[in-house]
Design a protein. Structure first.
Lengths: 523, 428
């Protein structure tokens, strides 16, 4: 907690949002759409916390229909909204709940009752029909149900929000770390931040500060002397090469580990686990959890262990708990929590929005900005349920094959830098320019560069050369970002390295160490 | 048909063994799932470039001390005389089309496509002009539209390479005549040097832009069909040293090497069959009597007196790791060395950390015969060569092609002239 310091340069806004995940980006957009001057700060890159590490499921609510009905109701309402307003981020895969031989088929009745009670459309289909739709799914399933699950691209979602917010005057500052909150008497009046890129420190004065730091919200609240009990529930995910399923396939049982497999772009993702971790920045992937996911995958799709695993990663869910200790993170509600610190601790101008899930990010933002309005002179109507995100104006949903369809009529028109994800030189150069970044990892999050089967084996040399040719970095910095990319990539590779992906990794060793000799680059 | 030797694998080790055996009068069959690592390889002969993080100046000397301290290294199973004979034979008899230059006494330092000086004992004559050891002035020339070569980054790094002799480096990017293709691959460019005289364009594009004492580095795409004819013409017409720099696969110099070796094999009467999979052996009295080879229509058994296993390591599918963490040699299920003694292999969290399985491979005796418990050969007539062998980290040591040529040759020699007493026992 700091008092005012007048020697620093400063920015001013009605609303300062802390956190650049889906919640923070949603809050910034909502506030900007309501006409508030808005600044968002994120300590790393946008989506780098939880949003960019979630499984990618746009919930229908089916998953929560039995044990968390209010979460289920929120999900289906938001699902319907996002299919329209964030169409470009959504692939309408549909979802299927299946009872495998390991699941009690009678849970299906509870499931149908729960869906009916919460308004989640669900329809039982025959096993034959289910296997016709999903030929790889375990042929011994006993029941199957269709729900409107979909795949959600978290990077597109956040960047769509951010571009939309910027169009309405918001300033978005990734790589800006909040060092302290400024408290004047019983009011938060701003923050003291540092640019992690330039090292510059400055103040942001704001009439309301909204803490949207997710699993890190407790750390931010503490800077104002407030307490937010948010725990980090770590979940592991593994991306598998190819779409082993067409739809989001869920086990029809109480939510548990490794019970979702969903298609996401050219890959599919199995998730997830759920373990409390004391520090959201410490997410170690354990072999036992990898094996658990692979074994559960085998139950859903026989042969799963022989399929090619591309990458593993862990994300941390923000789990809000206000009272006693909770033993199992799955017993914490997935509904969100909005905390007004003036009523809790007598600190005005400071709100925390946490808990929840990416599917309900828009609703969380609406609730937070509604509360902020009370401190900013009265209600203003929320418009995010109607106004489409930047990129989603024509309401056309994302479709697998889109990138290929763009390239196919003129396959030789332009260099393709990343063949796995069909990233052209033009798109890469434009992104480097627009993003004004020198980090290949930042570019990866925007373009999926290096996220395909070869995990950057071919495109990263090319992208490094292009970054340097464009004058964006000198050769020392180009070498640095190449090496950082390789090290970062390895973090997600080494836990699941086997089979064809180990073969690929060895080819990449030959490319980077054998042919290019990156180990002996000059510093 | 009965063969003297069936060679499994068509990478550099398999082709070297096969050619040595063919040249010595054997009837040889080469079977492979596809082309081998030649198509990825820069085609330099990398005998030994690094020991730990120390750059090797004399491979001959450093290999001798490496073998003394690391007897399990593949070079440890081949005598110094035979190592020298293998390289000499390869350079002067086997791969003459590439005109290898260099010496096992001292490494060249050739710029990579990132501008790092990389040690190699021998290099095709198209590349040898890039030797950075004497310093000097360099121009790196890229072709617009060719994404696999970035001359400004090469020049930036070469200029900062920190070698003893001063180096000046600059970059030029030239735009080749339009071809209707905006996405050029190395193979497409090489084809244009073969058929469209892209060399004429390059000579005129460089006219007046390169000083007489500047050496010209270009991507290794100077033609394929007629070997290095395009490079020779370029050097003559430009009156400058021109050198190729290998880059991302597919490697044009590597394909030239593959073509040279397979042509020589076929001319010598050997049979090379790609697109098939060796699937085990028929064994009688402890010896391999025939190799089972599976093609699209079924499995054929090829009777043979000897077998060379050169199916490669993890990169080529010769060795596999499954999702339970279990490692396996894929053709004969041979015992492996260098596999951690745990129930599940775990990799280290840093990309440049020392990784488990890096040295994993088939252990052998000094006749390069895979051995099992007690050090006894699994089959008396099975030999292994190349990346199948354990005990080395060739992509870090810069020893991959050296190991392939030396052990491929030595495996052939072990078949041709089985020594009464294994070499290293008498030497030790």
């Amino acid at each position: 907690m700091a008092t005012q310091n007048t020697s620093m340069s400063s920015l001013e806004a009605d609303v300062l949002v802390i956190g650049g995940g889906s919640t923070g980006a949603g809050v910034a957009r909502d506030a900007a759409l309501r006409g508030f001057s808005t600044i968002l700060v994120e300590r790393r890159d946008l989506t780098d916390g939880t949003t960019g590490r979630f499984h990618g499921l746009l919930h229908s609510g089916g998953r929560y229909a039995v044990k968390d009905p209010s979460a289920a109701r929120e999900c289906i309402a938001e699902n319907r909204i996002l299919r329209v307003t964030a169409a470009d981020c959504v692939e309408d895969t549909g979802g299927m709940f299946v009872s495998t031989p390991w699941d009690d088929p009678e849970y299906g009745d509870l499931f149908l009752d729960g869906c009916r009670a919460t308004g989640v459309p669900a329809e039982e289909i025959s096993v034959a029909e289910a296997l016709h739709r999903e030929p790889r799914v375990n042929p011994d399933i006993r029941r199957a149900f269709l729900v409107p699950d979909a795949a959600l691209d978290p990077w597109k979602l956040v960047w769509g929000c951010v571009r939309s917010a910027e169009e309405h005057g918001a300033r978005i500052l990734p790589y800006h770390n909040v060092l302290d909150l400024e408290v004047d008497g019983d009011r938060v009046v701003g923050a003291h931040v540092r640019s992690e890129q330039s090292g510059e420190e400055f103040r942001i004065r704001a009439r309301v500060v909204i803490n949207a730091a997710g699993a890190w919200a407790g750390q931010i609240a503490k800077l104002a002397g407030c307490t937010v009990n948010v725990r980090a529930g770590m979940g592991l995910m593994i991306a598998m090469n190819h779409r082993l399923v067409h739809m989001c396939v869920n086990r029809c049982k109480r939510p548990s580990d490794g019970d979702i497999l969903l298609p996401l772009r050219t890959a599919c993702v199995i998730g997830t686990t759920d373990v409390f971790v004391p520090d959201p920045d410490q997410t170690e992937i354990r072999q036992a959890d990898i094996d658990l996911l692979l074994d559960e995958g085998e139950k859903l799709v026989p042969g799963f262990r022989q399929a090619r695993a591309l990458h593993a990663w862990a994300g941390v869910r923000p789990l809000f708990e206000d009272k006693a200790e909770v033993a199992d993170t799955r017993d914490v509600t997935r509904s969100h929590a909005l905390l007004d610190h003036s009523s809790r601790e007598g600190i005005a101008g400071f709100l925390t929005i946490t808990g929840g899930k990416t599917t309900t990010f828009r609703l969380m933002a609406e609730a937070a900005v509604d509360a902020a309005c009370q401190q900013l002179g009265g209600p203003r109507a929320c418009r995010t349920a109607e106004v489409p995100l930047a990129g989603s104006e024509n309401h056309a949903m994302y479709r697998i094959g889109h990138r290929l369809a763009v390239r196919e009529p003129v396959p030789q028109a332009e260099e393709i830098i990343c063949e796995c994800e069909l990233v052209t030189r033009g798109r890469l150069e434009e992104t480097i320019r627009q993003r004004d970044t020198t980090s290949l990892d930042d570019i990866r999050r925007l373009l999926r560069l290096g996220m395909g089967p070869c995990q950057g084996g071919f495109c990263i040399y090319r992208a490094t050369g292009i970054l340097h040719e464009g004058g964006h970095v000198d050769s020392a910095a180009a070498n640095q970002t190449l090496l950082e990319f390789l090290d970062e990539r390895w973090k997600g590779l080494h836990p699941i390295l086997h089979g064809d992906q180990l073969r690929q990794a060895r080819l990449d060793d030959w490319i980077f160490q054998g042919i290019l000799d990156v180990e002996h680059l000059p510093g | 048909m009965n063969y003297d030797t069936v060679v499994i694998g068509a990478g550099l080790a398999g082709l070297t063994a096969a050619l040595r055996l063919t040249e010595q009068g054997q009837r040889v069959l080469v079977v492979a799932r596809g082309v081998g690592a030649t198509h990825l390889s820069p085609a330099t002969l990398d005998v030994l470039g690094y020991v730990g993080n120390t750059r090797v100046e004399s491979p001959a000397q450093s290999v001798a001390s490496l073998v003394a301290s690391t007897p399990d290294h593949p070079y440890g199973h081949v005598s110094e005389a035979q190592r020298g004979a293998a390289l000499a034979w390869f350079v002067t008899r086997a791969a003459t089309a590439l005109g290898y230059m260099g010496s096992v006494e001292e490494n060249l330092l050739l710029p990579t496509a990132l501008g790092v000086p990389k040690p190699a004992a021998f290099a095709p004559r198209t590349m040898a002009g890039g030797d950075l050891r004497a310093g000097g002035r360099f121009v790196f020339v890229g072709f617009k539209g060719f994404k696999d070569f970035h001359p400004t980054l090469i020049a930036g790094n070469v200029a900062r390479a920190g070698l003893a002799a001063p180096i000046a480096a600059r970059a030029l990017e030239l735009e080749p005549p339009a071809s209707g293709r905006g996405d050029l691959s190395g193979r497409v460019l090489a084809g244009r040097f073969d058929t469209e005289q892209l060399g004429d364009w390059l000579v005129s594009a460089l006219e007046g832009r390169v000083d007489p004492d500047e050496r010209i580095g270009v991507p290794a795409v100077l033609g394929l069909r007629s070997g290095d004819a395009a490079w020779q013409t370029l050097e003559q017409r430009l009156e400058r040293t021109v050198f190729e720099i290998p880059t991302l696969p597919p490697s044009i110099p590597g394909i030239r090497l593959f073509n040279a070796l397979t042509s020589a094999l076929r001319a010598g009467g050997a049979r090379v069959v790609l697109g098939v999979r060796a699937a085990g052996a028929r064994v009688e009295d402890g010896r391999i009597e025939a190799v089972a080879v599976t093609n699209a229509t079924g499995t054929v058994s090829h009777p043979t007196r000897s077998v060379v296993l050169a199916s490669g390591g993890f990169a080529s599918g010769g060795i596999e790791l499954d999702s339970f963490g279990v490692t396996r040699e894929t053709v004969f299920d041979l015992p492996l060395a260098g596999v951690p003694d745990t129930d599940h292999v775990h990799f280290e969290p840093g990309y440049f950390d020392s990784q488990p399985l890096a040295r994993a491979g088939v252990p052998t005796d000094d006749l390069l015969r895979p051995v099992g418990g007690g050090g006894r050969p699994v089959y008396p007539n099975l030999h292994a060569a190349g990346a199948t062998l354990g005990g080395a980290v060739p992509w870090k040591e810069k020893s991959g092609t050296g190991i392939s040529v030396i052990t491929g040759y030595a495996a052939a020699e072990a078949i041709l002239r089985p020594a009464p007493v294994p070499m290293s026992e008498s030497a030790r």
